[in-house]
Write a protein that binds this ligand. Sequence first.
Ligand code: URA
Length: 199
Amino acid sequence: MFWEETPKPASLFSNQNNKSYPEVKKEALTCSRCHLREGAQQVVFGVGDLNSSLMLVGEGPGAREDELGEPFVGKAGQLLTKILAAISLKREEVYISNIVKCRPPNNRQPSPQEMEVCMPWLKEEFRLIRPKVLVLLGATAYKGLIDPQGKITKDRGKWIERKGLLIMPTFHPAALLRDPRKKVPVWEDFQMVEKTLKT
Ligand code: URA
């Protein structure tokens, strides 16, 4: 799991702990460790302020992200930008990434194996950004990083602490687009995030 210090495959990640962000990103952009890369136009690495105390993790690139090479730039991304604005943050002031970096075919959910294979990249982003708060956007990020059996409907809005890092699971912005009743809980979750970032 994400938090455990597991040995990394030496071939790809040897000496990785000394690598800088540009080095890691450059390597990630040529990754073809799983078959998701075959159906994707490009690897979509994280983006944003490398010194931010807030990092957000979604599921995986959609069509627009695959086309433009940047996470959360489609409809869900535009909503995410508005949600961030509601807590006085610009998109460029946070760091945004995904649990898998290549678009799954037809926007299906990434499988547990695909998430596991891609996880070293997220671990590297996490090591380099070192945020104070991590927001998990949606069930896939929550299950992939915290609890495979977890239920986002039950567990969202509750802080989780891991090694001093504060983690807030919340609904994915795409879920809000499908069901506007989720807006209020997400608003509440981000209010808590804002408050914690200020303390
Ligand atoms: N949904 C995600 O989970 N990530 C993106 O980058 C876009 C949509």
